[in-house]
Structures are given as structure tokens and as C-alpha cells.
Design a protein around this ligand. Structure first.
Ligand SMILES: *Cc1c(COP(=O)(O)O)cnc(C)c1O
Length: 429
């Protein structure tokens, strides 16, 4: 880093809150981004395997979304419209209905919440409680649902929970699929506890989980488990909420992470990549019979980010009108698995996690995973960790990453893992 650059960056350290996070691990100043690459002030380019934490599934500055947005702005299209009817909102809803909901036989209503994932989760929990007249929500080990108080109550991570400094209530924690290893069926465990009048768990308003736990270490639930959860929810009068904020929008291989599992969640939350362009936008899908909030009962000034509607429409029309994109995700996911197997082979005891284009390697310790990511960054790759101990090196490359850049990025990661594990061996001797 040049002296000039650190001088320019000192305002971050001087003025930006200690709560800043990603910028600490990737300590440079980014000035441009296109596709799967980001460029810093010094002109150095990086392959982006973080992709705004899966908010950029279609990469940075997709040319068609960008063109539509520029056209909208230069034509004095509505920028801020509360939740007024606008052409931009109509365009999104029509495309979403035509290409996403209708082909999947989903009769859900779309409720625009505040523009963060956490706000969509808050709305989901609130409406489930209102529908059932119950307060308890079943959430799972390693689940991450956001950090506002209601969503945080459902989040497992103790560091994030600690930030609340108040009681986080109304949630019962249960073991996620595979939590106790292969021998224990955690769905059976939940069903038995809920069925026992002396099981001690209050009748739940909802059962809520991610099918692949994004922040929680890429634990992927088996389809049978997801299906069982849907049955258990139904049996016990609870709504099934699938938080698809990170695993959805193609990340796990299909538009919704639960497709092909034979379940229809009562509620689905979407955020992160729904705008397609990295703009703030979140929504909740809710079965019509549960769509019982009154006007503005779950209010919010920014429930309609018109710019996000414009890019979200283009994203849906461009990538989801046929199955070509989905097929390309499957091919890339296979490539990813093979590369990660090679990386796992470098670290004794390491194993693969996740599915689709949200896979990673559990290297056994947060320290080692952090060192691999830091070394990768030195070599021009942006990649992050996940998991309860940050022990999983997690790949969230844009789904549109050209194969050449994808392979290049994976090779950088392999090199980084090799360098770090060799150093470890030398230090151990
Ligand atoms: C990121 C995330 C959230 C929270 O979204 P924010 O926009 O950060 O509030 C909730 N659930 C899941 C699964 C997430 O990955």
C-alpha cells in the first residue's frame, strides 16, 4: 500500500464506527466493479468470491440492469414512491408472477417490507404470530436471520446475540439437520417434543430455517428433513417459514432453495440478490390465507425501492425466463465441488460443506480459515469465512462468473491454501 493510499483511507479509521467489519479483512479502497471483479484505487483488480454476501448473484453492474436503471433515471422515472403504484413496481410484479411464481405453482402474495433481510424476517415472524395467535417460534442451531431484535432472537450466533444486551425472547432453539451427526434424526426429536404435552415447548407460531445455512457454516438440510419440517409444522398448527435470503435467487442451484423438495412454505423471505443489482430490496411471500396484515400494519418508508424494482425486473426476465441459467449454475457448482475437494485434500480432516454455488471447506479452525482468506486476498481474491468458529472458507462467487475467472479464482484459493498449510507444517516442526 502506498503512503498516499493510507493517508486517504485514514478517515475510515478516524471516523467510521468500530462496528465496520468486512472492510477490515479487505483493507483497500475499491473504486470500480464489473462482473466478477472489483478494482481498487491502486488499479489492482480482485476476483470477487464474496459477491456482497450473495447480494450480487448476477455480478457487479450487469449491463442490462444498468442500462434500464440509467434509462429510468434519465427519464425522470419515480425514484421514491413509498408504496404507491408505479410502472417500476408493476413491471417487477408482472415478471415475478410470470417467470417465478406461476411456473412453480405458488399462489403467494408479495409483501414489500423495509429494504433489509432482517425487516422481511421481522414481518414473517410477526405475521405468523398474528395468524396463529401464538408467540413461540422454532428456530435452529447456527441459523442466521438478521440482527434486529425479533430476527436476532431467531439467530443462533452468540456474538451477534450479545449485541442486543437485552432479552431475546419468543424463540425455542432446536438442533438443525445433522447437528448431532448422522445417527440422530433431529426432525423426529422436534416432533416428539412438540407432541408430548409435557415436552415443555409452547405451541409454535412458526418453524423457521434456511435450507442451507449461509452464515452458520453452510450446513445443508437434506430434502427429506425439509419435507419432514413442513409436515411437522402442519401437524402442530405452525407456519413454515423458509428464510431464502441467502440461499435463494439461484445461489443453491434453483431460484428457491426448496424447489424439488416437495414443500410449499407458508412464508418465504427474500432479500440480498432479489434486486439483482445489489440495491436494497426485500420482500416476504405469504400464502393468501395468511396475508392478514392490515394496511401499513407492518409499515416502512422504504418499502418500495423503485430503482431496485427496475433492476429486479430485468434480472428476472434476463435469467429466469428459461432454464439455461439454472443449467449453467449446475455446471459451475460441479466445477466448484471438484476444486474444493482438492483444497480440502491439503488440510487434514477438512471436508466440504453446502450445495450449489454456496459451498465451502471446513478447515477445522477459524484461525486457519482466516489465514487462507487473508492469503487469498494478497493474491487478488476476495473470499470470506462462515460458521460458528469462522472455520469454513465459503465461496459465494457471482453465478454469472465466466468459467475462466472462476477457475482463476479457485486456483488462487488453492495456492493460498497450499501456502498457508505449508507454513503451518513448517511452524509445527
Ligand atoms: C443476510 C441474511 C439476513 C439478514 O439480511 P440483512 O439484509 O443483512 O438484514 C437474514 N437471513 C439470512 C439467511 C441472511 O443470509
Amino acid at each position: 500500500m502506498t503512503a498516499d493510499m493510507s493517508a486517504n483511507q485514514s478517515v475510515f479509521k478516524r471516523r467510521e464506527s468500530e462496528a465496520r467489519s468486512y472492510c477490515r479483512g479487505f483493507d483497500t479502497e475499491f473504486v470500480r466493479a464489473q462482473g466478477s471483479e472489483m478494482t481498487d484505487r491502486a488499479g489492482r483488480s480482485y476476483i470477487d468470491f464474496l459477491a456482497g454476501c450473495s447480494s450480487l448473484n448476477y455480478g457487479h453492474n450487469d449491463p442490462d440492469m444498468k442500462a434500464a436503471l440509467i434509462e429510468h433515471i434519465s427519464g425522470d422515472g419515480v425514484a421514491m414512491g413509498l408504496d404507491l403504484h408505479t410502472d417500476a413496481k408493476r413491471g417487477f410484479l408482472e415478471a415475478f408472477e410470470k417467470h417465478i411464481l406461476a411456473p412453480r405453482g405458488m399462489d403467494h402474495r408479495v409483501m414489500f417490507t423495509g429494504p433489509t433481510g432482517a425487516n422481511a424476517v421481522e414481518a414473517a415472524i410477526k405475521v405468523a404470530r398474528k395468524v396463529t395467535g401464538r408467540s413461540n417460534v422454532i428456530a435452529f442451531t447456527n441459523g442466521f436471520h438478521g440482527v434486529t431484535l425479533g430476527a436476532l432472537a431467531a439467530t443462533g450466533n452468540s456474538y451477534h446475540r450479545g449485541g442486543a444486551s437485552t432479552e431475546l425472547s419468543g424463540v425455542t432453539r432446536m438442533p438443525f439437520d445433522g447437528y448431532f451427526g448422522e445417527g440422530t434424526d433431529t426432525a423426529e426429536y422436534l416432533d416428539k417434543m412438540l407432541s408430548d404435552p409435557s415436552g415443555g415447548i409452547d405451541a409454535p407460531a412458526a418453524i423457521m430455517f434456511e435450507t442451507v445455512q449461509g452464515e452458520g457454516g453452510l450446513n445443508a438440510a437434506r430434502p427429506e428433513w425439509v419435507k419432514r419440517m413442513a409436515e411437522i409444522a402442519k401437524k402442530h398448527g405452525a407456519l413454515l417459514i423458509i428464510d431464502d435470503i441467502q440461499a435463494g435467487i439461484g445461489r443453491s442451484g434453483t431460484f428457491f432453495s426448496f424447489e424439488d423438495m416437495g414443500v410449499t412454505p407458508d412464508i418465504v423471505t427474500l432479500a440480498k440478490s432479489i434486486s439483482g443489482f445489489g440495491l436494497p430490496m426485500a420482500l416476504m411471500l405469504v400464502r393468501p390465507e395468511h396475508d392478514i396484515f392490515g394496511p401499513a400494519e407492518h409499515n416502512g418508508t422504504f418499502r418500495g425501492n423503485t430503482h431496485a424494482f427496475v433492476t429486479a425486473r430485468v434480472a428476472i426476465e434476463k435469467f429466469w425466463a428459461d432454464d439455461a441459467f439454472q443449467k449453467s449454475i449446475a455446471r459451475k457448482a460441479d466445477l466448484l465441488t471438484r476444486a474444493l475437494e482438492e483444497i480440502a485434500g491439503l488440510v487434514p480432516g477438512a471436508f466440504l460443506k453446502g450445495r450449489g454455488m454456496m459451498q465451502g471447506v471446513d478447515v477445522g479452525s477459524g484461525e486457519l480459515a482466516g489465514q487462507i482468506c487473508a492469503m487469498a486476498f494478497d493474491k487478488g481474491l476476495i473470499v470470506e469465512t462462515s460458521g460458528s468458529e469462522d472455520q469454513v472458507v465459503k465461496i459465494l462467487a457471482p453465478l454469472t462468473t465466466p468459467e475462466e475467472s472462476f477457475v482463476k479464482g479457485l486456483n488462487i484459493l488453492l495456492d493460498a491454501a497450499r501456502d498457508v498449510t505449508t507454513e503451518h507444517k513448517i511452524a509445527a516442526e
